[in-house]
Design a protein around this ligand. Sequence first.
Ligand code: NAD
Ligand code: TYD
Length: 355
Amino acid sequence: MSYSRKIMITGGAGFIGSHVVRLFVKKYPDYLIVNTDALTYAGNLENLKDVEHLPNYKFEKADITDEKRIDDLFQQYAFDAVIHLAAESHVDRSIMDPLSFVKTNVLGTAILLNICKNAWKGNYANKLFYHVSTDEVYGTLGETGFFTEETPYDPHSPYSASKAASDHFVMAYFDTYGLPVVMSNCSNNYGSHHFPEKLIPLMINNIKNRKPLPVYGKGENVRDWLYVEDHARAIDVIFHKGKLGESYNVGGFNEWKNIDLVNLLCKIMDQKLGRKEGDSASLIQYVTDRPGHDLRYAIDATKLKNVLGWEPSLQFEEGLNKTVDWYLQNEEWIKHVTSGNYQNYYQEQYQARTN
Ligand code: NAD
Ligand code: TYD
């Protein structure tokens, strides 16, 4: 079969990547999708069980910092586009081990850009490097205001600093070499297949198992939550219609204080698990705050709405209900991802906070 596009999706075995791969493989049978992923602790091929049999899907286990291996894949497949999601993605891990974030997020992105530049050799027609980034590069907001595409970068964690550096490399390749790039900066995602080191799946798992619910500081930090399938739809729109050299903010118009969100999850789960109201909330435990903890993120996504017509589709309570149902129905998935190393990570991360 000859495909109309041949796309490398990096990080396709992770949380957001797996939703993007699923959307593209199903929606575009004439595109070849090559999921290129190192399968770190966060990568899991179980996330793609439902689409792995499709003829336009391929998996290649590869580390984006392995220049020779990525170059070989370019020779083999002659990609005309990359959608780049592979990254170390968890802020708390970046505080424990910043250099692995520099390696994957900064060096890995630069290697991919350079390989695209060399493989496409100035013949940039119908080529695209799409970089998936985060709103955390903008730093923190006070009580009011929103991040727009013009907000200056001001990252505070090793994670956000590494993503900011990678974003700068992407734009530098556009400015210097004319490499066709597009970028998006999205707010916090939630949904199925989310690794339980992040707030929402960690709380769901702990509520289910009646374990303490560790809320950092006073629980007053604010995040803007977007359903992961809405993010995947935004990536689809920007991939096809985004203007080269531009970035697009993606957000849920949906701000929540952490403590209010945890209480809402407790309420939803009390109902679903047949517990007395207030039962799960009694597990809440305030713990030592994250160093450099950004107070508030909130995205102004009007550019994406006005220019490309994208909007979030799900109300938050509906999305949370779907998410909780998925976790309750997929015990095996949780069992697999929380065995072994997860236990060591959890102990190292949370023991110190509660002492
Ligand atoms: P994730 O941690 O769930 O998945 C990351 C994936 O990248 C995993 O499959 C992992 O195996 C792979 N990977 C890591 N290092 C690699 C390497 N060196 N080579 C190849 N593959 C490697 O992350 P996620 O939450 O799905 O985030 C995906 C992207 O979206 C990241 O770039 C992240 O910065 C960005 N983002 C995430 C959020 C969010 O709320 N999760 C919000 C905005 C932007
Ligand atoms: P997280 O899911 O790690 O995303 P990010 O830091 O990238 O926004 O955390 C979301 C918010 O929840 C953040 O303010 C930190 C807080 N948090 C807790 O209070 N307890 C936890 O156990 C975790 C993982 C996060």
